[in-house]
Write a protein that binds this ligand. Structure first.
Ligand code: NAD
Length: 291
């Protein structure tokens, strides 16, 4: 199998997607419309969050999305943060709002997510958007990592209908919304997590195995079915190396297709954020241009 494994190149696909987004935005600007605008809220200085925010803002800038940074001190309290979100909700020319997670421990994430207008919730975490995803209702926002994975699989013509999709990791940001999206695509979905008795029993059955735990090299070669598609969401910093959840070098020989880390799901997540922001802008413009 070695040599013939397809590498699911999220970086290359992202470049195509971002070029298309850029051209669409340029066509709006040429018609005299304003730029799309994403407000990014960062509370504190958690080092990975600072890097993620920097990368997301740079990606926005590169395609012509204006990004406003609201960098608040760590000791900001809930009511101060809710006040800022209310201001951003009310601003006509802010299309999307992203509050970088995780928040400091003293700020309850649920209250913050609930405060963001579902129409500006480009991360897709508001219960209205999560509910739309579960209900297969168009018109919401799908969380960025699940959307990025869906676009990557679609690009490589990996059909999901009737397939056994096994997701390892049931986190709020990836595993749970991804399970709903895979169900929307008519896959048969199993979700494993830290309390699953025998993970291997499930992973060995997977036509498509997606791991999102943050446990470096959790998925070993003997846990993967020959010819499976393997998607690695995990990002762990071990020393000065970035490792995924999957033991890539060993698993790649068994897989039909596999994502690299980095260069797989990571860039697709950022591209999905840009797509959601563009979508929020289109909907907002529709509203702005009503008589
Ligand atoms: P989370 O902490 O919310 O969820 C982790 C999940 O993994 C939980 O359901 C937990 O039960 C499960 N888990 C933990 N250890 C396990 C084990 N040994 N066996 C089975 N299940 C186990 O995390 P998250 O926010 O969903 O993120 C997961 C990983 O994905 C992290 O490494 C994060 O950095 C990464 N991530 C990557 C991207 C990207 O764009 N590539 C985006 C978001 C998150």
């Amino acid at each position: 199998m070695e040599g013939s494994t397809i590498i699911l190149d999220g970086k290359a696909l992202s470049e195509n997607i971002r070029q298309k987004i850029k051209e669409e935005i340029q066509s709006y600007i040429a018609k005299g419309l304003r730029q799309p605008c994403l407000a990014v809220v960062l509370v504190g200085d958690d080092p990975p969050s600072v890097v993620y925010v920097r990368n997301k803002r740079k990606a926005c800038e590169n395609v012509g999305i204006k990004s406003l940074l609201y960098h608040l001190p760590y000791n900001t309290n809930l009511s101060e943060l809710l006040e800022l979100i209310a201001e951003l909700n009310a601003k006509e020319d802010v299309d999307g709002i992203l509050v970088q997670l995780p928040l400091p421990k003293h700020i309850p994430m649920e209250d913050v997510i609930l405060a963001i207008s579902p129409k500006k919730d480009v991360d897709g975490f508001h219960p209205e958007n999560m509910g739309r995803l579960l209900g297969r209702l168009e018109g919401g926002f799908i969380p960025c990592t699940p959307l990025g994975i869906d676009l990557l699989l679609k690009h490589y013509q990996i059909d999901l209908k009737g397939k056994d999709v096994v997701i390892v990791g049931a986190g709020f940001i990836v595993g749970r919304p991804l399970s709903a999206l895979m169900l929307w695509r008519d896959a048969t979905v199993s979700v494993c997590h830290i309390h699953t008795k025998d993970i291997k029993k499930y992973t060995l059955e997977a036509d498509i195995l997606i791991s999102a735990t943050g446990v470096p090299h959790l998925i070993k070669e003997d846990m993967v079915k020959e010819g499976a598609v393997v998607v690695d969401v995990g990002i762990s910093k071990v020393g000065d190396k970035i490792l995924g959840d999957v033991d890539f070098e060993a698993v790649k020989n068994k897989a039909y297709a596999i994502t690299p880390v980095p260069g797989g799901v990571g860039p697709m997540t950022v591209s999905a954020l840009l797509l959601n922001t563009l979508q929020a802008y289109r909907r907002n413009l529709g509203k702005e241009h009503q008589p």
